[in-house]
Write a new protein. Structure first.
Length: 339
């Protein structure tokens, strides 16, 4: 029995510029970090070459079937697509779960794809590099399952850590961001994350809309993406100097630009939550993921946090605690008693 663990991520700046439709013409960049919230895949090999899966996130059971008749179903589409793409025919039971809700905006879907690629490749005795894992997961999501995604999530979760990701045609570069211990601790402590609602249906519509606008060279969209890319570059330059004083402002400017991407990125309720947080101590923030819901991230000085947490709780929004996570995928053999 094997357990695969892969962290989800928080993207601070540059989201949207990782779409191939954009960066192949203009280049893109993203600042993101893996965090201590995970997707989990338990794979129990069978002896009859049949497959079945259980997804606790979607409360779905994919009934036992053969490799030849295996087809994607809601809750098992990533598992099935990876099994088929990698040609894993040995049979297995899959148990799928995660620390975050579907539609969280934290890249859980891509983290799960990375998880399956890593774990099944280990079962097959393949030694994929982090880049090969990321590229395989991206290909499966984008070209087989037709998820309207960019490339950042697979790289963020496959490499782990705090990174500056740059995207060019046929090239992705991962540059680790190293902060001194005191700066990283202060940065982490000043970040607050709250779940504000499910966005799984809205996000696909929003992303498809963005892709179409990029293809059509829609000026407002392209200008917003150019601006967001510059903010990501500024964010990175501040971080490598261990200067986090401008983080709140940069997050706020990025959120204002992101709202111009497409209809549905925000709504009246989300805008009210955001303004409420700013009035109660936050210096800036953003909605994670494509928009429409998910989690909201705020930058708030520690002395003002307790008040903000209590006021957000009064609205029904619970804090999601996390730390930065330096590692990528991990696969454990639960029956390996030699260790």
């Amino acid at each position: 029995m094997f357990l695969g663990m892969v962290p989800v991520r928080i993207s601070f700046a540059g989201g949207g510029t990782d779409m191939p439709e954009y960066y192949e013409n203009y280049g893109g960049c993203v600042v993101s970090t893996a965090i201590t919230r995970f997707t989990y895949v338990i794979i129990n090999p069978r002896h009859d070459n049949l497959f079945q899966s259980f997804s606790s996130d979607f409360q779905k059971h994919h009934e036992t079937t053969s490799y030849e008749t295996l087809e994607p179903k809601h809750g098992s589409e990533i598992a099935v697509a990876v099994v088929k793409h990698l040609g894993y025919k040995e049979g297995a039971n899959f148990l799928i779960s995660s620390d975050v809700q579907a539609g969280s905006g934290l890249g859980a879907s891509s983290a799960l794809a990375v998880n399956f690629v890593k774990t099944i490749s280990v079962l097959q005795g393949k030694d994929f590099t982090k880049e090969e894992i990321a590229e395989t997961a991206f290909h499966i999501e984008r070209n087989i399952l037709y998820h309207p995604i960019g490339r950042q999530d697979e790289y963020a979760t496959s490499f782990g850590g705090f990174n500056y990701l740059t995207f060019e045609k046929n090239k992705v570069k991962v540059q680790p961001i190293t902060l001194n211990k005191n700066t990283q601790e202060e940065f982490e402590k000043n970040l607050l994350l709250f779940f504000v609602g499910n966005s799984i249906r809205d996000s696909a519509t929003i992303l498809n809309n963005q892709i179409e606008q990029i293809k059509q060279n829609q000026k407002t969209m392209l200008d917003s993406l150019h601006y967001v890319k510059q903010l990501a570059e500024d964010f990175y330059k501040s971080l490598i100097k261990s200067d986090i004083d401008a983080v709140g402002e940069l997050l706020n400017r990025g959120w204002e630009a992101k709202k111009k991407f497409a209809k549905g990125v925000t709504n009246e309720d989300i805008d009210k939550i955001y303004e409420f947080a700013l009035k109660n101590g936050a210096l800036g923030g953003k909605l994670t993921g494509a928009g429409g819901g998910g989690h909201m991230l705020f930058y708030c000085e520690s002395r003002k946090q307790q008040s903000l947490i209590e006021k957000m709780n009064s609205l029904g929004f619970k804090q999601v605690k996390f730390r930065f996570h330096s590692e990528g995928p991990k696969v454990l053999d639960l029956y390996d008693f030699s260790k």
